[in-house]
Design a binder for this molecule. Structure first.
Ligand SMILES: *[C@@H]1O[C@H](CO)[C@@H](O)[C@H](O)[C@H]1NC(C)=O
Ligand SMILES: *[C@@H]1O[C@H](CO)[C@@H](O)[C@H](O)[C@H]1NC(C)=O
Length: 354
């Protein structure tokens, strides 16, 4: 009897072990799946929601309400090149998983773009569900009442502080008091970049300060890198990565120069109606991507990069152009129409937290 057990044990054990090893390999392959390299394919089952199902889309992203005549751009689905499972966004499943939890986007209007995309996608998946939308200063809170899920937006364009002093408005690269309201949130998605290159009247600061040194200006990429490092050390010391999902939205690209997508006659994204075919973008990546990646790579607490730059670079057709905030006289090739490209950023976010 004892001999039999031993014999069975000997025979079963290798089988058992190899099953575990195979399972582990499958898990490793799954978790290494690259969602960020791929191509856009036409899929009539997209978009995930009709614009009229989302009455709270803000004017600046509501391209169809603003008169954009073409709709082909809403019917593209992102297809990662690797044969990994990349699920369609399931709003009910997302709300169930996040029941009682809070999500916060922190950043500039590209964060607002992604926040609106998420609230639209979730609301349209359960249109009968009650919600409230409130705004207190720079904080917007969209609550799915029955689920107790809060989807928030903290408008904070530099992540570090801008303070008013006697000499003027000072951008303090090593001060991050605004971070207080990020505590206690279950899922954080940060972003900053677009405001670092602002100059002239739309630049919301007069001086830059680092330690005791005050500057009129400095290399903007350097300032961006220092501020990101300030943010990184705040995350390293104040966030418990076992309790909080941490993401960085990544660098959302603009389309103002057709040479970069091999169409030199195009001076902007106006009248672009289809994505760039294939998986690569002639113009390459904006330099800010490398700076961001180097800061994230050195962090003690891991922050997952939503590396959406390349997939969005391919979407020269996805911007409001003359159907955005300032209408026909404006030109917006930086933000994204909704429904549109940020829905895919959220689909990737969904697949990453599954
Ligand atoms: C929404 O709120 C109303 C009024 O409070 C309530 O009657 C209704 O049942 C709620 N809807 C859902 C889906 O719970
Ligand atoms: C567009 O990009 C090309 C290639 O980098 C560059 O040579 C050209 O100066 C750019 N045009 C504008 C208007 O910035």
């Amino acid at each position: 009897m004892g001999r039999d057990v031993g014999w069975n044990g000997c025979r079963l054990q290798p089988l058992f072990m190899s099953t575990i090893i195979i399972l582990q390999l499958v898990l490793v392959v799954e978790s290494k799946c690259d969602f960020f390299t791929g191509t856009w394919v036409l899929d009539p089952s997209y978009p995930l929601y009709r614009p009229e199902m989302c009455p709270f889309i803000e004017h600046e992203f509501a391209c169809q309400r603003n008169g954009r005549p073409d709709q082909l751009y809403t019917h593209f689905r992102w297809q990662p090149l690797q044969h990994c499972s990349f699920l369609r966004f399931n709003g009910v499943d997302f709300l169930e998983r996040m029941r009682g939890k809070s999500i916060m986007f922190v950043g500039d209007s590209l964060s607002r773009n992604q926040w609106q995309s998420l609230t639209c996608t979730l609301h349209s998946s359960i249109p009968s569900s009650n919600y409230t939308l409130t705004r207190i200063d720079d904080l917007s809170i969209f609550t799915f009442t029955e689920y107790g899920v809060k989807v928030m937006l903290d408008r904070n364009v530099y992540l570090v502080d801008v303070v008013r002093q006697e000499r003027g408005r000072v951008l303090k690269l090593d001060s991050i008091q605004g971070a207080k309201i990020w505590l206690g949130i279950d899922l954080l998605i940060f972003n900053t970049w677009h405001w670092w290159n602002r100059r002239g009247p739309s630049q919301p600061w007069d001086y830059i300060q680092l330690g005791n040194d005050v500057y009129r200006d400095m290399d903007r990429m350097k300032a961006f890198q220092i501020a990101l490092s300030t943010w990184a050390s705040w995350v390293n010391t104040h966030i418990d990565p076992s309790k909080v999902h941490l993401f960085f939205q990544g660098i959302s690209p603009s389309h103002y120069n057709g040479t970069l997508w091999n169409e030199p006659s195009a001076k902007s994204c106006v009248r672009q109606q289809t994505p760039v075919a294939g998986s690569t973008y002639l113009g390459g990546l904006p330099p800010a991507v490398a700076v961001l990646k180097s800061v994230l790579a050195k962090m003690k607490n891991p922050v997952t990069l939503l590396d959406i730059t390349t997939l969005s670079l391919l979407r020269k057709d996805g911007h409001p152009s003359i159907y955005g905030l300032n209408g026909p006289t404006g030109l917006d090739c930086s933000h994204w129409c909704l429904p549109g490209v940020p829905d895919t950023w959220n689909q990737i976010l969904y697949n990453l937290i599954l």
